[in-house]
Ligand binder design. Structure first.
Ligand code: 5RP
Length: 262
């Protein structure tokens, strides 16, 4: 029944559906944010409903927490869970070493904390997120509101000495006002076009006063699950070096998928 979904939603759905197969009874699972992660939360809810598995979810945003509760996934805070078996999340870009740009949905800080506190991070994407080099997608940097314009100027100045193709930055807006994250911070999007040395950029950005965290996820992701509009799904594991292929059909057995908005 993949015909009932658009190709892009089919790609997101099959990636999500395949990724929840990594979840086992009793696991503590980090729940990502974004439209692909929302598919994963619905698939997880369906799996819990059908199998009776006991799963605890740690959401990476208030949006995901609301959706998880709606889908019947038990939600606890990271401090309650302490350490997680796996985190499943989307990404804005994935390079061949499984380094990522994240934060397009504004949740990069909680996403990075949760993914880092997990034995394994699984990224779910459609093929459009795969890139040879990171940087075409604007790199989100979360900054404290105090003195944010000075922080923004300092970030741009710092970029001048780095292997990037642009150094313009823009504050993310919600209407006319800066977008405010779940942690009460602002986001500066860096238009770098190409990041020659992502590890260096990630380390240097976090040294700037006022910067809370950046959206480069280096050596955090273990597995990427890539969905395609045809229902084909690929699983690349960076640790074992394996590449698997599968096919998944969309079957909506209940009302879990009735509300498809993120
Ligand atoms: C949110 C994120 C998302 O994972 C990323 O933006 C991908 O979102 P989508 O699945 O909607 O394309 O990092 O902060």
């Amino acid at each position: 029944m993949t015909g009932e979904l658009s190709p892009i939603d089919t790609a997101k759905f099959v990636a999500a559906k395949r990724a929840v197969e990594f979840v086992e009874d009793g696991m503590k699972v980090g729940l990502g944010t974004g439209s692909t992660a929302a598919w994963m939360v619905r698939c997880l809810g369906e799996m819990i409903h059908d199998s009776g598995m006991k799963i605890i979810g740690v959401p990476t945003s208030s949006r995901t927490a609301d959706l998880a509760r709606k889908c019947g996934v038990k939600v606890v805070s990271l401090d309650e869970a302490k350490w997680l078996d796996v985190t499943i999340d989307g990404a804005d870009e994935v390079d061949p070493d499984l380094n990522l740009i994240k934060g397009g949905g504004g949740a990069l800080l909680q996403e990075k904390i949760v993914a880092t506190a997990s034995d394994r991070m699984i990224v779910i994407t459609d093929a459009s997120k795969q890139v040879e080099r990171l940087g075409a997608f604007p790199l989100p940097v979360e900054v404290v509101p105090f003195g944010w314009q000075t922080t923004k100027a300092l970030v741009e100045e710092t970029l001048a000495g780095m292997d990037v193709l642009g150094q313009e930055s823009t504050v993310r807006l919600n209407g006319e006002a800066p977008y405010v994250t779940d942690e009460g911070n602002y986001i500066i999007d860096l238009h770098l076009n190409r990041i020659g040395n992502p590890r260096q950029v990630a380390l240097v950005l976090n040294q700037i006063p006022g910067v809370v965290e950046n959206g480069l996820f280096i050596d955090i992701c273990d597995v990427v699950v890539i969905g395609h509009g045809s229902g084909r799904v690929e699983v690349n594991d960076i640790n074992s070096g394996t590449h698997e292929e599968d096919r998944i059909d969309f079957v909506d057995g209940g009302n879990m998928f009735s509300d498809l908005s993120d």
